[in-house]
Design a protein around this ligand. Structure first.
Ligand code: C2E
Ligand code: MG
Ligand code: MG
Length: 262
């Protein structure tokens, strides 16, 4: 842990972070509609380290504030670059930690980054988990309303594994619910997971939100999710997280409408 912390403290200045991008597809049209930015850390001594192993350390030390800002700026400039290359209408999803929401100026920081990158707010989607809300529901709600007002999209990540609170879904201005991959994984074999998935979809739709299912790994997952009326899908079956150059290649291929993994 000390070793990780020590290296993590210098990772930003040593340029050890990159972003990978995982495609998101619309289940009706089969079109690539957006991507999620996923942080990658590779250290010369430790090698590649998964986000689940270092994000919480960065949260504890407060480093996540600087890292999170780097992620936002890098993701926003990347989607702007893709726009300049002719790949328009794409939405970039960025994961944000609860610690970043402790800063009452978070929405202003996002506005500044969007402005610096010359990106319309509607091209950005911020993903947060329910535990991030629990931290301080009133403050988080105020910040989310500011972001919503700016035109930024908001998604609740990993839905179903945390509090799955209906009052949070109702009282917060989310555009999208992301169903956790724990349910999607067994949607074709476990009747309980199938019912839970259908219920989350129906509930979100009733509340006027769209639904994206995470972790779709097979043709059967896609078929059922489409049958249940899920709007969008993300997962290894549709595309793994890719470095920017490989993702640009994927965007080029998607220009041919007959090619779609969904
Ligand atoms: P998440 O936001 O739920 O991201 C989805 C994770 O599921 C990613 O893992 C992705 O690679 C993985 N995944 C996608 N499709 C499939 C699939 O079909 N099967 C399986 N088994 N896994 C799939 P990753 O990249 O290791 O990220 C893990 C978590 O780390 C993320 O979960 C997110 O909570 C956090 N994270 C990643 N990047 C950032 C970041 O920039 N900031 C913050 N605060 N957290 C981040
Ligand atoms: Mg996410
Ligand atoms: Mg998730």
């Amino acid at each position: 842990r000390q070793l990780l912390d020590g290296h993590l403290a210098h990772a930003l200045e040593k340029d050890e972070f990159t972003l990978h991008y995982q495609p998101q597809f619309n289940l009706d049209t089969g079109k690539l509609v957006g991507m999620e930015a996923l942080l990658r850390w590779s250290n010369p001594v430790l090698g590649p380290i998964a986000p689940d192993r270092f994000i919480y350390l960065a949260e504890e030390s407060g480093l996540i504030l600087k890292i999170g800002e780097w992620v936002l700026r890098t993701a926003c400039s990347q989607v702007r670059l893709w726009q300049e290359q002719g790949f328009t209408g794409l939405r970039m999803a960025v994961n944000v930690s609860g610690v970043q929401f402790r800063d009452v100026h978070f929405a202003q920081n996002v506005a500044r980054i969007l402005d610096e990158c010359g990106l319309e707010p509607s091209c950005l989607e911020i993903e947060l988990t329910e535990s991030c809300i629990m931290d301080n529901p009133d403050r988080v709600r105020r910040i989310l309303l500011q972001l919503k007002e700016m035109g930024v999209h908001l998604a609740v990540d990993d839905f179903g594994t945390g509090y799955s609170s209906l009052s949070y879904l109702k009282g917060f201005p989310f555009n999208r619910v992301k169903i956790d991959r724990a349910f999607v994984r067994d949607v074709d074999t476990d009747p309980d997971d199938a019912v839970i998935t259908q219920t989350i979809i129906a509930m979100a739709h009733t509340l006027g939100m769209e639904v994206l299912a995470e972790g779709a790994e097979t043709e059967a997952h896609i078929r059922l999710l489409r049958e249940y009326g899920c709007d969008e899908v993300q997962g290894f079956h549709c595309g793994r997280p890719l470095p920017d150059a490989a993702f640009t290649e994927l965007l080029r291929q998607q220009l041919d409408p007959s090619i779609s993994p969904v």
